[in-house]
Design a protein around this ligand. Structure first.
Ligand code: AR6
Ligand code: MG
Length: 312
């Protein structure tokens, strides 16, 4: 279990760092950069991992969700060079200027709130910490999303990603079984339809063309155009490496789809299954790979304590 906790977080960071140098590229351009080797280029992570670290730090410090504290962590960790989306950036600016974390995100996009994938990309700590408690998982996914993403589709995408990670932690189901549970879990029709499309992909005998995956599931910055793509990338592969390589190879929002695929795959296969050369190349420093592993270990220890307290 410990290796699944650390695997989800390191897997997320590795996927992010692998996708980062080719963000926004077409499928063809990604392939011209990575060729057949898929060597990690710089190992530098982006906003996805920086925010995922904030979620983990806050869950650890509070042994659960605390919105004000989590928002503060996001603001303290914020480095403009990590490539934040405009919505997240504005929400954090508003909160740092004194608006409540419950109100700030509602003002974005003309009062609609953001449906970007920024809440789903950072959700791995919630998925691992509440892997055995669906109600808490859903509630915490919604609340942690709300700090920057108040649109229903942004929140539902984060909850779906968190639940995918939880199922991967449990390791009971993959393929059809996993899709069935995801379809029951998810409350929004847009996501149900995407999961149906994934089911249809698996019903086909021939390998589905990547262009079809992109047009049907998406490869963009919207949560509904990227979370299902990450889930599909995980399910169709038989290893951590194949899953993440496939996700990034599609092009588009490669760092985030890479991060989300890496989180689910790391939770399923465990940290040992992540290619050593990718982890070695992942950035170090104060909040680098060692720190990310430590966050996973801390979440694991706190989870154990809470389970023992509750008489497991
Ligand atoms: N109406 C129209 N467009 C929207 C709406 C909406 N309600 N919500 C989101 N978008 P954002 P993120 C579009 O800015 O989710 C970074 O590279 C809009 O084009 O909230 O935190 C990350 O690494 C908006 O700019 O950012 C992610 O890969 C975009 O969705 C990515 O950006 C993203 O929403 C998303 O980060
Ligand atoms: Mg990013």
């Amino acid at each position: 279990m410990k290796s699944k906790f650390t695997g989800a977080l390191i897997g997320s960071a590795v996927g992010d760092a692998l996708g980062a140098p080719v963000e926004g590229y077409s499928m063809k351009k990604v392939s011209s950069v990575y060729g057949k080797d898929w060597k990690m280029i710089s190992g530098r992570y982006t906003d996805d991992t920086e925010m995922m670290i904030g979620v983990a730090e806050s869950l650890i410090e509070n042994k659960g969700f605390n919105g004000e504290d989590m928002a503060t962590r996001f603001i303290e960790n914020y480095n403009p060079k990590r490539g934040y989306g405009p919505g997240s950036k504005e929400a954090l600016r508003r909160i740092s200027e004194g608006e409540s974390w419950k109100e700030a995100s509602k003002k974005l996009f003309g009062g609609m709130g953001s449906y970007g994938n920024g809440a789903a990309m950072r959700i791995a700590p919630v998925g691992i910490f509440y892997y055995d408690d669906i109600d808490r998982l859903r509630e915490t996914a919604y609340k942690s999303s709300h700090i920057t993403h108040s649109h229903e589709l942004g929140k539902e995408g984060a909850a779906l990603q968190a639940f995918s990670i939880a199922l991967a932690m449990q390791g009971r189901v993959k393929k059809e079984g996993m899709l069935l549970e995801l379809k029951e879990f998810v409350e929004n029709e847009v996501y149900k339809e995407k999961i149906r499309k994934i089911e249809m992909f698996f019903e086909k005998v021939a390998e589905v063309d990547k262009k079809e995956v992109i047009s049907e599931l998406g490869s963009g910055e919207e949560a509904f155009n990227s979370v299902p793509t990450a889930i599909y990338s995980f399910i169709r592969a038989d290893s951590f490496k194949d899953a993440v390589v496939y996700a990034v190879s599609l092009g588009g929002d490669t760092d985030t789809i890479g991060a989300m695929t890496g989180a689910i795959s790391g939770a399923y296969y465990g940290e040992e299954a992540i290619p050593k050369e990718w982890v070695e190349r992942l950035e170090g420093g104060k909040k680098g790979k060692r720190y990310i592993r430590w966050l996973g270990e801390e979440l694991y220890h706190i989870k154990l304590q809470l389970m023992q307290r509750d008489g497991w």
